[in-house]
Ligand binder design. Structure first.
Ligand code: DGP
Length: 135
């Protein structure tokens, strides 16, 4: 585990998160800067900095978890739609260099665009939504 990887620390339980799903290979938790309510992230537990350096098997397991969590988000929050996003490299605005897939619930006319600026979320609201998805 790279010493300075924030998502490795979350996987190891050294930094808290609002967890919504976990299995042997993957972890899903709420994004701390949600672009829309219910925005969450799915990560492989084994560190890979990006898509290019990930293993096929890890990627397949991660995407299976993405589908599972996406179904939970859809059921819990009934969004208008869902976007999946993976920022690959600084040029694509990747800011955390541990592979992760964003699950972004969409609202009608939310006017969401790619490469949004980071804005701190409301922790109470994030916690409440995470309970709905986890259930
Ligand atoms: P990206 O820019 O695609 O690398 O997305 C990184 C996301 O990770 C960004 O939306 C904010 C989120 N994030 C950064 N640090 C933390 C953290 O400590 N906890 C949680 N839950 N999310 C984080």
């Amino acid at each position: 585990m790279p010493k300075d990887c924030i998502f490795c620390k979350i996987v190891a339980g050294q930094i808290p998160c609002f967890k919504v799903y976990e299995d042997e290979h993957t972890l899903a938790f709420m994004d701390i800067n949600p672009v829309n309510p219910g925005h969450c992230l799915v990560v492989p537990k084994i560190h890979a900095p990006n898509l290019f350096e990930s293993e096929d098997a890890e990627l397949a397991r991660t995407m299976a978890a993405v589908r599972k969590v996406s179904r939970a988000v859809q059921k819990a929050l009934n969004p208008y739609g869902l976007n999946l996003l993976q920022a690959n490299g600084p040029g694509a605005a990747q800011s955390v260099f541990h592979l992760h897939i964003h699950i972004i619930p969409r609202e009608r006319d939310d006017d969401l665009r790619m490469n949004w600026g980071l804005k701190a979320g409301n922790k109470d609201e994030i916690a409440k939504i995470s309970e709905k998805i986890r259930d």
